[in-house]
Design a protein around this ligand. Structure first.
Ligand code: SAM
Ligand code: TMP
Ligand code: ZN
Length: 404
């Protein structure tokens, strides 16, 4: 039996991706025997949480060579500046306030609080990105969030006025211990605000590539509400976000300490209208993905037979799921271009497709460009508009296969 990490109930499996590598394990040399794990997804009919059935040990994913640098996207920098400003205004934060962020990465969010002289503490286990945040003057604890970290913060400062987290909570398997730690760390009128990719967007957009080793949970308002309640906390507001192809910002407080916004009840009702409480919705999602798989592979084979050049745009974590699940090899997709220096001249996880610097993209003279960073499509398509006009085409696969 596979037990739900939130409530212990039996999980119902709905999709099995097979053996998958670590999504961000870009390698300096070709490796054929790299670490892989069985990636399948289950739904809990009791607490409505969608989750990976197995997840690799976190230290295999988050370490001194973690490849994801938050500040590499301009769009995300603006998003986090606006997020910080809103929190400062709404909560009237000042020099006496303390903000804690779980998974602060390179300090993209906390630097905005630091600039306003608000005490900013980041908890970040990946040493390389933690060091960048430290250089920005942020107080960083280079560890996984746990009870010991909570005690350290309360002892050194006080309980947190605000606890923030973005694209991290859905990464942490031992989720009840995270929520019980938050319960201890949060001041009596404090708020815990976190954002993660949103299950309803994933289902409606068929964005199955949001499922990879790091994303152990795909949350919804229904499941977060259950999780909060179980830990003597309460979901008091939800606000949809455009980031990562559709995310949700969840605001949580101590039970009975805040008025519950009507957005919570409205969102849960929308989720039920869309069938997020029903196992059959997840089975339909699987059917849609398998259709995209057949169509994309056929297209790549046809383009190869016509001697067209196809290249990948952006070596995203998401691309690892698509490439490995669809069985895309370097003879169908010989190269992916990316802007992150750490990924330059590496090989993609699992499929060993070469990753080259973005500066070489235009001279590769492609006929077709497979866009893996589809969540940044507006920014990218604007940037590449004149280049793509020269008789080149984008290949998109979310929400369905399209050549434009
Ligand atoms: N918050 C940033 C953002 O939204 O761009 C970074 C998100 S990144 C996808 C996930 C981050 O969470 C990584 O920097 C990772 O090291 C950190 N992380 C993973 N597990 C954690 C844990 N248990 N406690 C604290 N941070 C964790
Ligand atoms: P992620 O989907 O795992 O967040 O990774 C985003 C990757 O996309 C990161 O390696 C940078 C890359 N990227 C580009 O190469 N070009 C771009 O224009 C954008 C927005 C991202
Ligand atoms: Zn459950």
């Amino acid at each position: 039996m596979n037990s739900c990490r939130v409530c212990g109930n039996n999980l119902k499996e709905f999709i099995n991706f097979g053996m998958m590598p670590i999504a961000n394990s870009f390698k300096k040399t070709i490796q054929i025997d790299e670490y892989k794990f069985q990636m399948s997804v289950g739904f809990c009919e009791n607490c409505m949480t969608v989750q990976l059935i197995n997840q690799p040990d976190p230290v295999k994913m988050f370490h001194e060579n973690y490849a994801f640098f938050s500040s590499s996207s301009n769009y995300m920098q603006t998003h986090f500046r606006e997020f910080a400003n809103k929190v400062i205004e709404d909560r009237l934060l000042d020099k006496k306030s303390i903000v804690v962020e779980i998974g602060c990465n390179d300090g993209i969010l906390l630097e905005n609080f630091k600039e306003r002289k608000i005490i900013s503490v980041g908890i970040e286990p990946s040493k390389n990105v933690a060091r960048i945040a430290e250089k920005k003057g942020i107080d960083v604890i280079n560890e996984f969030f746990n009870e010991n970290v909570v005690n350290q913060i309360v002892k050194k400062f006080k309980k947190a006025d605000v606890i923030l987290s973005a694209n991290v909570i859905c990464h942490i398997p031992d989720i009840n211990s995270i929520f019980s730690g938050i319960k201890k760390l949060l001041a009596s009128d404090g708020l815990f605000i976190f954002e993660d990719p949103y299950l309803l967007d994933i289902i409606n957009k068929n964005s199955f590539d949001q499922i990879y080793d790091e994303h152990v949970f795909l949350f919804s308002a229904m499941s977060v509400s259950y999780l909060a309640n179980k830990n003597d906390l309460e979901l008091i507001c939800v606000q949809p976000q455009k980031t990562h192809g559709g995310s949700m910002r969840y605001t949580i407080g101590h039970k009975n300490a805040h008025k519950i916004d009507k957005s919570v009840v409205n969102q849960i009702s929308l989720e039920k209208t869309n069938g997020l409480h029903l196992f059959k919705s997840y089975c339909n999602f699987e059917i849609n993905i398998l259709k995209i798989k057949v169509e994309l592979i056929n297209l790549l084979k046809i383009l190869k037979s016509e001697n067209k050049t196809v290249v990948g745009y952006a070596a995203t974590s998401k691309s690892t799921t698509l490439i490995n699940f669809f069985g895309i090899t370097s003879d169908l997709l010989p190269v992916i271009f990316d802007t992150t220096p750490n990924k330059f001249n590496t090989y993609s996880p699992g499929a060993n497709i070469p990753i080259l610097p973005y500066s070489l993209f235009h001279e590769s003279d492609p006929d077709y460009v497979l866009l893996f960073a589809w969540n940044h499509s507006e920014e990218i398509m604007t940037k590449e508009a004149s280049f793509m006009k020269e008789n080149r085409k984008w290949i998109l696969y979310v929400p369905k296969l399209q050549v434009i």
